[in-house]
Ligand binder design. Structure first.
Ligand code: ZN
Length: 73
């Protein structure tokens, strides 16, 4: 006797999760744009292939979070 219809809130849950994840990823990729990556050097820890992100007075590796202060004057 199953007079109780099963509720499936999966669709709603999935949509919320997808939206949150998408926002997070996009914010990360803004920092590591191709244009910025090509101008910068490789990360000494991660090796060739991993570029450093350029900041005002430092470069930061987006992969291992290695920071290098390289401003002179
Ligand atoms: Zn690194």
């Amino acid at each position: 006797m199953a007079d109780k219809p099963e509720k499936k809130p999966a669709a709603k849950k999935e949509a919320a999760k997808k939206k949150k994840k998408g926002k997070l990823v996009s914010s990360l990729y803004v920092l590591a744009g191709e244009r910025i990556q090509r101008k910068n050097k490789f990360c000494p820890k991660c090796g060739p292939g991993t570029f450093m992100a350029l900041h005002k007075d430092r470069v930061v590796c987006g992969k291992c979070k290695y920071v290098e202060f390289g401003r002179k004057g």
